[in-house]
Design a protein around this ligand. Structure first.
Ligand code: EPZ
Length: 420
């Protein structure tokens, strides 16, 4: 296992380009299971998770080539319908092969993903939606066995205790596109990644309306064809780079950004006093004056994203005043708190809240990455801290940030990788 060593205290300066969105590309790759024709996906980030999905698609009988950000996915014969535990357990997004496998082959055996460090993460909403389309589902030996002679459109309410579900919406939408008749998904997730998947399905010949709103309507079609699609920019990487500029008191010009996907974050940062110049597909973030503390509450899109909570906490940990962070999507997503406190932050967790008392400085320390976004928050803290921070289990960061060391280095950061 590798660790990342950061010598902090350098103001990051320069230009950086955001990669394609991890959480958009993974379900889109799964959607290619709905057709035997070739699909071409562009702007694909070269990440640990993308490579896991390539292995899953290959195990399901797809031919996959990945070259310079372009995926070419074709169908080989004898499509298998079993998604193995070894692969699914390493990446939860792989569970979204269930919908397309069932839609296309009318049967699927997919390993249950299990929980992870950010929470229990059940799949009840996925199964509720797929059952409503007429599939017979049972669980045995840790696997979901799903089959249907025929899938039939239905009216499905998909809201859960914590609101809508991104991957459940994806899974049900993918199962419904080849079902007979009309499906309505109520309380659908509105995240941009769901919209990108719907746009890809439409290019494949699906009939979908209302994506991006809580009510998605799908008119089933008999078959889907191949399509070419470019993945949207990663809003979480963009947000992390914005915070990198602010936390290091730097000056970064960030390209390939869709500002409309960053509304809640930009609003909060402006409330905190940050100045940002917004352009069409870019944003220029230059630190001008100390920020003030602002409270944040994570919510489904367009609310403040849970995937930016940890990184925002790092920024607030050195911002004067008290910040209350409320996590409404994953009430246990606070593994970074103890690690930030090891670096001198003053953060107290109280159930789904964290109370952050801004300190003057953080100091470098050995810390442990627990999940993807927690790793990003520790990297941000390390960039701002005085002295050396070593982040172990850095493979988490590689799941979602393409060429992150190279990008940070190009902005002047002193980062290097070492074997643990
Ligand atoms: C997606 O996960 C993202 N992953 C997550 O990003 C992100 O944090 C999350 O959406 C919320 O925005 C991908 O897109 C690959 P949910 P997903 O179902 O779809 C509960 C990252 O770091 N729930 O929208 O699995 C669930 O426990 C990752 O990039 C149920 O109760 O999340 C949570 O409280 C981490 N039953 C809430 O809904 C279900 O069947 C929202 O989760 C499904 C979910």
């Amino acid at each position: 296992m590798d660790k990342l060593i950061i010598e902090g205290g350098i103001k990051l300066k320069g230009e950086v380009t955001v990669s394609g969105a991890k959480n958009a590309v993974l379900p889109i790759m799964a959607a290619t299971l709905l057709t035997d024709c070739a699909c071409i996906i562009k702007g694909v980030p070269d990440l640990r998770d993308t490579n896991t999905m390539i292995r899953i698609l290959r195990s399901l009988g797809k031919g996959v080539e990945f070259d310079k950000g372009v995926l070419t996915i074709t169908a080989l014969k004898n499509t298998n319908c079993v998604a193995d535990y070894k692969l699914v357990s390493t990446m939860r997004a792989s569970f979204c092969v269930l919908g397309p496998l069932l839609g296309k082959l009318k049967k699927a055996k997919v390993s249950l993903p299990g929980g992870c460090i950010i929470g229990v993460r059940p799949v009840d909403l996925h199964l509720k939606g797929i059952r409503a389309l007429g599939a017979d589902i049972h669980i045995d030996s840790g696997y979901i066995f799903a089959k249907a002679d025929k899938l039939k459109g239905a009216h499905i309410y998909l809201g859960g205790v914590y609101g809508s579900s991104v991957l459940a919406t994806d899974n049900v939408m993918m199962a419904a596109v080849l079902a007979s008749g009309r499906t309505v998904i109520e309380a659908a997730a509105c995240e941009p990644e769901v919209v990108d998947l719907a746009e890809f399905l439409i290019k494949m010949g699906a009939k979908i309306k209302g994506h991006g709103t809580p009510i998605i309507e799908i008119e089933g079609v008999k078959h889907l064809h191949g399509a070419t699609h470019t993945i949207i920019p990663d809003r979480v990487e963009a947000g992390t780079m914005i915070l990198a500029a602010l936390i290091t008191k730097g000056d970064i010009f960030i390209k390939n950004v869709l500002l409309k996907h960053l509304g809640a974050l930009i609003d909060k940062l402006e409330e905190a006093g940050a100045s940002m110049r917004k352009e069409d597909n870019s944003i220029h973030v230059k630190y001008r004056k100390p920020l003030n503390a602002v409270n944040i509450t994570t919510l489904p899109y367009p609310g403040f994203p849970t995937d930016m909570q940890a990184q925002m906490m790092s920024l607030m940990s050195i911002t004067p005043g008290i910040t209350i962070v409320t996590e409404k999507i994953y009430p246990d997503r606070f593994m970074h708190v103890a690690e930030l406190n090891r670096m001198g932050a003053h953060i107290q967790r109280e159930g789904p809240h964290a109370i952050v008392e801004g300190v003057r400085n953080l100091s470098g320390a050995p810390v442990m990455a627990s999940d993807l976004r927690a790793s990003a928050s520790l990297a941000l803290a390390g960039l701002a801290a005085s002295g050396k921070t070593s982040i172990s289990r850095i493979y988490h960061l590689e799941r979602g940030y393409e060429r992150i060391e190279e990008k940070l280095e190009s902005l002047g950061a002193r980062v290097r990788r070492e074997k643990e």
